[in-house]
Design a protein around this ligand. Structure first.
Ligand code: N9Y
Ligand code: NI
Length: 188
């Protein structure tokens, strides 16, 4: 199973490359990589497993972060609803994910972003689309189209950036990291 030693860190050129589309039918190896990435996220969010395996908690992972230059991501966005704590808000292994449309309105996480491939804090607002329409294929090759907003939308955009060699801090205004235009939604 994947642990932190499998996650490449900034400086590794793979993080700045554009990943290749995945062809269907998937190889068994590609299916295993997807499942391993989702399992990593589940383990990282389980207090016991995270401690035992020394994992940083994660809500998303892109294949280039484990040095696989393929357009596949895993997301496991935990429920925000205390009534249903065990139903993730958005979860899955997404192949060839693509933002097909998005809101004019932008949004950012109030606490800024981090990255499992970045072992330092980089303060500042990471401005992204507030709402996206996402197209992706599942492991059978079936295409899905879903609309996401708020935190799940932010997570998916962070992951798709990794497929295009983009790091979260590329979006931070270096002159004024906490500068915001009017109308940008701050998500807390
Ligand atoms: O490309 C993927 N990555 O780099 C893992 C990142 C992805 C998120 C960063 C901002 C949007 C997507 C990640 O998950 N983190 N970033 C570094 C340390 C914290 C961790 C995190 O936010 N953990 C978390 C949050 C809520 C609940 C549980 N855990
Ligand atoms: Ni990241």
């Amino acid at each position: 199973m994947l642990t932190m030693k499998d996650i490449i860190r900034e400086g590794n050129p793979t993080l700045r490359e554009v990943a290749a589309e995945v062809e269907f039918p998937l190889s068994d190896a590609e299916k295993k990589i997807g499942n391993d990435m989702l399992e990593f996220l589940a383990n990282s969010q389980d207090p016991e497993k995270a401690e035992e395996l020394e994992l940083r908690g994660g809500v998303g992972l892109a294949a280039p972060q484990i040095d696989v230059k393929k357009r596949m991501i895993a997301v496991l966005v935990p429920s925000m609803d205390p009534e249903n704590p065990d139903v993730p808000e958005f979860s899955g292994v997404l192949y060839n994910p693509k933002i097909v449309s998005h809101s004019v309105q932008d949004a950012c996480l109030g606490d800024g972003e981090g990255c499992l491939s970045v072992d330092r804090d980089v303060p500042g607002y990471v401005v992204r689309h507030a709402r996206i329409t996402l197209s992706y294929q599942d492991e059978t090759g079936e295409t899905h189209k879903v609309r996401l907003k708020n935190y799940p939308a932010i997570v998916v955009q962070h992951e798709i950036d990794h497929l295009n060699g983009v790091m979260f801090y590329d979006h931070i205004n270096s002159k004024n990291p906490f500068e915001l235009k009017d109308g940008v939604l701050i998500l807390d």
